[in-house]
Design a protein around this ligand. Structure first.
Ligand code: NI
Length: 187
């Protein structure tokens, strides 16, 4: 399995609009090569997360890879974490509005309100179950990627089309006007 045999699926493609199938935890042999391709495309595009449907693979798989940035200077620098069949279990009470981008929505940024914390269940490459509590930037990455597993994108989450801007306007007008400034990576 070669990364060049895949490409990033973009908004409007029906593969981004379906609910992904669960990974068969009794047959994990094919999962690592898929994860490697996801990782390759995430890195190529400088993303901090990716979901399998974004490379056209209909499976409940995601990688989250938080790293510090200007908006979340305390965001953990984490080793990319592969999550199989992830499920949100409980959301935090507080919500935060923040700009998001997406590998599958090139050229656009959107302001999205989401809970600032989420507790999740997931399985690892060996089929072992885990629980994890995420806050801040990693919680946002998870929720963004989870949307990809249920056929949604951040574009569906903006409160108004006025919360959508081009990358150019975001970088030239919105980013410089913000304090503290933010430079979110595509998810
Ligand atoms: Ni995305």
């Amino acid at each position: 399995m070669n990364a060049s045999d895949f490409s990033i699926v973009e908004l409007g493609d029906p593969r981004l609009r379906q609910r992904a199938r669960p990974v068969d935890l009794d047959d994990l042999a094919g999962v690592l090569p898929i994860a490697d391709v996801m990782r390759e495309w995430m890195d190529r595009r400088g993303g901090v997360g990716i979901a399998a449907p974004q490379i056209g693979v209909d499976l409940q798989m995601m990688i989250i890879a938080s790293r510090p940035n200007q908006r979340y200077p305390d965001a953990p620098l984490m080793q990319p974490l592969l999550l199989l069949n992830p499920q949100p279990v409980r959301y935090g009470d507080n919500t935060i509005e923040e700009w998001e981008g997406c590998l599958s929505v090139p050229g656009l940024r959107g302001k999205v309100r989401r809970p600032d914390a989420v507790e999740i269940d997931f399985y690892d490459l060996h089929g072992k179950g885990h629980q994890l509590a995420l806050t801040g930037f990693p919680a946002r990455i998870f929720q963004h990627e989870y949307d990809h597993l249920i056929g949604m994108t951040f574009v569906d989450r903006v409160a108004s089309v006025q919360d959508l801007v081009t990358e150019k306007v975001f970088l030239e007008q919105i980013l410089p006007a913000r304090q503290p400034v933010t430079a979110p990576a595509p998810l």
